[in-house]
Design a protein around this ligand. Sequence first.
Ligand SMILES: Cc1cc2nc3c(=O)[nH]c(=O)nc-3n(C[C@H](O)[C@H](O)[C@H](O)COP(=O)(O)OP(=O)(O)OC[C@H]3O[C@@H](n4cnc5c(N)ncnc54)[C@H](O)[C@@H]3O)c2cc1C
Length: 592
Amino acid sequence: MGSCRFLCLIAACVPLAELWVHPHMFSSLRSIRLDTHDSVALFASNNERNIKKTHIVIVGGGWAGLSVADSLSHDENVEITLLDAGPAVGGLAGGGALSPRLQLSVEPGLHGFWREYRNTIATLERIGVMPGALTEFTPSILVSQHGRVALAPVLANETLNNKLTAGSPIPRVEEALSKLLPPPLDVALLSEFSSKRLSTADRISALGLVSAWADFEPENRESWLRYDNISAEALFRSAGVTPALYDELVAPLLHVLPMTTGYDCSAAAALSCFHVFALQSKGAFDVRWCTGSIGQTIFQPWIEQMTARRNVKILSGQRVTNITAQSIGSFEVSVQGDNEHYSCDAVVMAVGGTALKRLALNCPLLQVSESRYWNESLRGVTCVAVRLFFDRNSPKPWLRPMKDSPVVVCGPNILPELVETGFCIYDLNRLQPDVFSNVTALEVDFFRADGIANMESDDDVADLALKAVATALRLPSIAQDRNLWLEVHVIRARNAVSHFCLNSAKTSPGVRVCKGVYFCGDWIDRTGHSSWSTEKAVVTGRQAALSIAKDFNLQRCDTGIIPAPPEAPPLMALRKLARLRKNATPTPIPFF
Ligand SMILES: Cc1cc2nc3c(=O)[nH]c(=O)nc-3n(C[C@H](O)[C@H](O)[C@H](O)COP(=O)(O)OP(=O)(O)OC[C@H]3O[C@@H](n4cnc5c(N)ncnc54)[C@H](O)[C@@H]3O)c2cc1C
């Protein structure tokens, strides 16, 4: 302990050491001491007032961790050290890496920004990267094992005449209808379904789910727990959804939204996911994409702003191995190698569920009441992102089948190797034209892809990706000759994405463990905010910051959280009916 205090003192004195102090502090710095809780207190001589900064260590630098840093660092009495294990900060959204050969942008999969990502978009606006960071809203083509099923149009876009949606699918009458139809009828009636795949009867069978949708309350933990031990497949089938609707529409969406298969997805997660991504408000399914890599386009300017102008130090390559309470109100964060320690007043764990599960094994401070379920129910879905670069003049056979959209969402079973694997195809030249002006670039992201992640050769993975694209788009073949490939880049993200399997809601802790220890990320309990994925990471990051601000009486943090959209009138009416039904009949959930 003694040597650790000494290290802290040195660190506070030496600007090159790990504890970063805002440059202007040095001009007026006269004395440094350790206070009773081992935290570093700095004294500025100009007003001889004791300004003890609250030192927060954030573990994990994805959307969640960066959001905590952003919120808290508006208060100049807060000092933040963000530690990330990866070679660059960014987490699953990527650190702005470049491919080794062509030095072109690569990232662990493309990430959509849905219309109701209110807190995420507000963050982008505050960083100052909007509107350029995101494309216009973009339709998506949906493909099942039997071929094209539907085109999800942009439902609430005021500027339909942008280049991505040009010539796209909403004729005038439907455009007028889209203004009149309340959600969720707009998605159901305006999506362009292939009549070969889905009959009217199939589409009507979705109505069977309405009572479950109305009964389920996505921000209510008790509601999550009620639907958590039933599989999505069991719920959908027992609600009368026809096999065709399940196979053609539900299964593909489950494979790309919660990224798993129906029997291995909790009904609560499926209902919540469909509500948030498609049904909750007009145009909820409308999605935009980053115009470059998230790392370069969003995170780099964000990080620069925080580290240059506020008391934030961000360190990559720092794998945290333990967190211990030192004395009341003081914590020590240990990092792998070098016997490195950080003393602080509070720790925020923004590491993702599976990483937290591993850390908690040896760290009693992180063992919360939910952690007794972590062993069996806290899992990750493996994703594999494949980026292929070809000569800029090489043929692009995917252009014709993808004329309605640069994004194709594909369900499982499209190839024998992909029985439980869904994937998305992205025409990067149309989504990120400025980034890929000199090459032809195609991305295929596989979800629930352990088998693919285990393939040793990147070229074999690329072969499979091209076979999958050709089969999904009904093309004879695409660029099978490996001499046509300029570069292939494969990112294997093993057990990376939160897996909402059966009973997973029980594993989701709240944001605050105790004063000084906080959790955030896309797998945290949804009570109070029903968002998903990136938006959930941002929201819980801001919720953790709010909790810290309250606990430490920090007045100047920016902790505003935009709530999820209010219930649309039809849903409000249905919910009232569902509550009446629940009061009248004791069945825990409809159909069971
Ligand atoms: C292929 C793919 C496609 C996706 N598509 C979408 C999409 O279209 N839209 C969407 O909204 N979301 C999408 N997601 C999900 C989205 O990426 C996540 O929801 C979001 O990035 C989670 O952010 P986070 O900050 O909670 O966690 P993460 O991004 O996982 O960040 C956690 C960080 O913690 C660090 N860490 C872990 N252990 C330690 C340790 N011991 N010490 C220090 N640091 C540690 C990691 O290095 C990582 O940087 C996708 C994900 C993938 C993989």
